[in-house]
Design a protein around this ligand. Sequence first.
Ligand SMILES: *Cc1c(COP(=O)(O)O)cnc(C)c1O
Length: 346
Amino acid sequence: MSLSPLFNAYPALQKRIPLADIPGQQIPTPVTHSLDTPQLWLKHDDLTNAVYGGNKSRKLALIFGKMQAEGKNRLLTFGGTGTNHGVACAVHSKALGIDCEILLFDQPESESVRKNRQVMQRYGATLRYSGSLLNTVLRFYTLQIRDRLLRRKQTEYLFAGGSSLQGVIAFIDAVFELREQIERGECPLPETIICPVGSSATLAGLTLGVALAGLPSRVIGVRVAPTYLGPFPACTVATVKQLMQQTQQYLLRLQGGIPPFNIPQPVLLDQYYGEGYGVASAAGNQAEQWFRKQRWADGLTVQSECTYTAKALAALRDELATASGPVLYWHTLNSVQGIYSEAEAV
Ligand SMILES: *Cc1c(COP(=O)(O)O)cnc(C)c1O
């Protein structure tokens, strides 16, 4: 596996942050720009992996790396019935010989939800329907505590969306990757970087990464998940900031040469969320139609869906209306379709 850009910047980190060699991984991901909308750039994290891309596959290289280093052979995680994270876990776990179990919470049914569920099954993940999001989270923590009490150590308990220190570091690394692309002239310095926000690791990592890499870009997260799970804050400026602080402390403890740096205030937009997680919004639908008409300089086609992408695209359009410089959309949604056609054939 090629050296990660974060390790290029901080060589001593390399021994301290293990990366799994996931089959099909293709990082760095390219950048491109729209032929129709001046100032619109796109970071192709839809292509992080040739079998199944998206932002989860970027996180999983570090998450599986940690598991392998700790000798764990089982992964337990959770997500909505159409979870992209679950698909990434199922597909890449199978390739690496890891057992994968996914607790599923109810999410509005749609074509992409149905297809994702089929793929998780087809790739041999154990699926357990657990009702509401809150119930599912409680079940996740109950199982984790039971394992701890029984001193069972073979299972990695991974929060929804792959939100973890490793997940955040993957996106710090991603900013160093972008910085190399800017330095090579493949892409201009973005005035703003926009991404959807679910479990927050992507936003936390991009915001930390921009600060550490010294880029003047502003990172904007668009919230697509509920702020609270029952009584617990889940997706707020405070929870994102906490994740950033934990990750920074972890990185400083690793003593890989990273200097102390100021943690910026994360930017999290609330007004595009609409009626709920996975519930399509009118503004999102319109933005999706606009996005599908874009022609990209590299000639590639990108996908969209209503849970994450459409809502972030609505914010992207509003940002483009007032931007005075390049706006980079961080495309977090897988666009590799092969696993879906196989699933159809079963
Ligand atoms: C999971 C997901 C996100 C959210 O990323 P987080 O790091 O969990 O905030 C955004 N877009 C897509 C397509 C996703 O599947």
